[in-house]
Design a protein around this ligand. Structure first.
Ligand code: GDP
Length: 320
């Protein structure tokens, strides 16, 4: 425990691995460790960053992270990428990403956590955030690919949600769903350099207009749009200032605290869902029954919802 409080990265990484484990004993041990560390958590700024592959996330996070470490801040970058379980490789876990930041003694990069369900991944990412906070990280960046469901999960565990977008590609082309736009506290148009600069400025004005219409938030904050260029080393400082202003606003009006409390309640309910599911999936008896139900569903002998109800009832009976 003390090793984590002192910022020992090896022990921190071990604790995260424990939290990510599928084994019940590991999960319980991780929970005991985190519970003891709770008084040292909660003091970081939690930032979610999303955008489609190729938009420039790793490039942006790298310069954003370097900007923060230059101000003597400790930065942790975590990735949420549940799709990696399907491909057995990770879009976000690639070691060559953010090489410069990875070498920075004040940065900690944790590639994608693996999990069989989004709920499981979200659970352990939340625990990882707490572990990093106990280890003294001031800013925690949670990165996700903006094409799936993981954005909502990430939105529900961070204080500030940043969406990276390309100019001129069209929202649909980028696979960005309207809902994601509504979740954003800020949008950054990336690659605003060279011939793209004009397009980026135009997109900025358009998105700013669209966001004004979209978001009516109780946070007292109107989402902002800015542009950035990693090539010209521009835009990152603006985003930092923007986040500071946001934090001042929501801390003053109570929204920050209220949202964190709400997020904990949501975590509890999501966890209940994912743990119940995991318990059923891990039970040997149930795995045979699951397979039987799957084939019955395939041959249309049983209604899927009725099958789910039966599984739960059988599981309940066997665990009494
Ligand atoms: P990710 O998949 O979202 O993480 O995107 P990357 O950060 O890997 O960037 C994708 C590509 O865009 C790379 O070839 C980068 O060099 C390029 N790129 C990233 N940021 C910029 C930028 O600001 N300007 C230009 N011109 N290219 C960029």
């Amino acid at each position: 425990m003390d090793a984590i409080r002192q910022g020992n990265r090896v022990v921190l990484a071990q604790a995260i691995t424990l939290a990510e484990s599928q084994r019940a004993e590991d999960v319980m041990l991780a929970q005991r460790v985190i519970t003891e560390l709770l008084p040292q958590t909660g003091k970081s700024v939690r930032i979610g960053i999303t955008g489609v592959p190729g938009v420039g996330k790793s490039t942006f996070i790298e310069s954003f992270g370097k900007h923060l470490t230059a101000q003597k801040k400790k930065v942790a970058v975590l990735a949420v990428d549940p799709s990696s379980t399907k491909t057995r490789g990770s879009i976000l876990g690639d070691k060559t990403r953010m090489e410069n930041l990875a070498k920075d003694p004040n940065a900690f990069i944790r590639p994608s956590s693996t999990g069989s369900t989004l709920g499981g991944v979200a659970d352990c990412t939340r625990e990882t955030i707490l572990l990093c906070e106990a280890a003294g990280f001031d800013v925690i960046i949670v990165e996700t690919v903006g094409v799936g469901q993981s954005e909502t999960a990430v939105r529900n565990m961070v204080d500030f949600f940043l969406l990276l977008m390309l100019a001129g590609a069209g929202d649909e082309l980028q696979g960005i769903k309207k809902g994601i736009m509504e979740m954003a506290d800020a949008v950054v148009i990336t690659k605003a350099d060279g011939e793209n600069k004009k397009l980026a400025d135009l997109a900025r004005a358009n998105y700013q207009h669209a966001l004004h219409l979209l978001n009516v938030s109780s946070s007292g904050w109107t989402p902002k749009v800015s542009t950035s260029s990693a090539l010209e080393n521009r835009g990152v400082a603006d985003v930092c200032t923007l986040i500071e202003t946001y934090l001042e606003t929501v801390k003053a009006n109570g929204y920050f605290e209220a949202t964190r409390k709400e997020q904990n309640q949501l975590w509890f309910h999501e966890s209940l869902n994912s743990q119940l599911r995991r318990r059923i999936m891990q039970s040997k008896k149930m795995s045979t029954r699951l397979a039987q139900f799957e084939s019955q569903i395939a041959s249309e002998e049983i209604l899927p919802s009725a099958a789910a109800q039966q599984i739960i009832e059988e599981f309940y009976r066997t665990s009494l």
